[in-house]
Design a protein around this ligand. Sequence first.
Ligand SMILES: NC(=O)c1ccc[n+]([C@@H]2O[C@H](COP(=O)([O-])OP(=O)(O)OC[C@H]3O[C@@H](n4cnc5c(N)ncnc54)[C@H](O)[C@@H]3O)[C@@H](O)[C@H]2O)c1
Ligand SMILES: [Zn+2]
Length: 350
Amino acid sequence: MELEITTVQQRTSKILIGDGWAKSAGAVGARRVLVFDHHLPQWAAEVRRLVPVDAALALPVSEAEKSLHTLETVYQWLGEQGVTRDVVVVALGGGVLTDLVGFAAATYLRGLRWIAIPTTLLAQVDAAIGGKVAVNTAFGKNLLGAFHLPEIVAVDLRFLTTLPLLEWRAGLGEVIKSALIRGGWLYEALGHLTLPEGPFLSEWEPVIAETARIKVDIVNQDLYESGPRMFLNLGHTVGHALENYLGYGSLTHGEAVGLGTLATLRLSELLCGLPETVRDTVTGWLNAWGLPTRMPALDFDTFWRQLHRDKKARSEGLTWVLLEAIGQPVLVKNISRDTVHQVLCELTSG
Ligand SMILES: NC(=O)c1ccc[n+]([C@@H]2O[C@H](COP(=O)([O-])OP(=O)(O)OC[C@H]3O[C@@H](n4cnc5c(N)ncnc54)[C@H](O)[C@@H]3O)[C@@H](O)[C@H]2O)c1
Ligand SMILES: [Zn+2]
């Protein structure tokens, strides 16, 4: 399947779903270099078998290493390889790697073309699509960034066959949010979906393709995040605050977003009249996939301050993404402290 994002300057980013991307990737640019997650040497070898590259660099990958320091390593290496503006950078790895290498491509020589080959569920359905690239600084996540669309995003499920279950769970928050903001087939399909066992991924292929399609569709409406792209933050306001409050690594991103989504749905029941059956359905998915459905005990004052540290909390206060119905997200500003407190208490106790 082939999807396309087009910018106002008529630049396009092709999202190729399936295993037939190599021919297109090999046709982009006369010279290519590969930067890959150092945990994935076997996939780097497979990419090099399919697409000729002049040189390859293995990078360490973690939130702590999504840094200026690692970025400098990439710039240094591009310099050593004598990279000129006609060279295409191929990035192979999860969202940390594609965000960082995409940012290097956005900035080196004022912009190199690049190809993203995402290898995690989270990156295949979300992070690698839509051109947002970034690194972290000591002051927060993704503070140095750019919009720089890859020429091609190769969504090839073969790369997911080595992904540990913990990392599958980390990406499920994005699948859930897309199902809720768009509804339709994906919302119906998730009820029948179990975690993959070993390399048997066939029932995931249409789910990944549909989640990617929803992201492409939203980015096409709003590349620079001034409107509908904000809906992709569903479940993430509370989710990010939970990750920060508990410290990175205590909950996976998917676990935090799953809990954040339950809080969002309860707020939507109170403020937008959403029926409780939606929250029951999502709770069923989380249980089936081994994700938590109860909030950890929190000191609410500290948590409330953490919520307002969110990058997306603009000067006028927090904007929440709630649901009026399945497939009908709305932006709601400044929900009262008491309402949020009540909801978190409900989701913590039995
Ligand atoms: N740009 C965007 O629009 C956007 C959207 C969402 C998230 N993100 C970013 O994505 C990042 C998270 O991405 P992630 O969850 O993919 O994390 P990640 O890149 O850190 O990968 C998670 C772990 O899985 C390993 N791994 C990757 N692919 C593997 C494979 N095929 N087999 C075995 N192990 C594999 C990695 O080495 C790593 O240890 C965050 O930094 C977040 O800010 C960006
Ligand atoms: Zn997310």
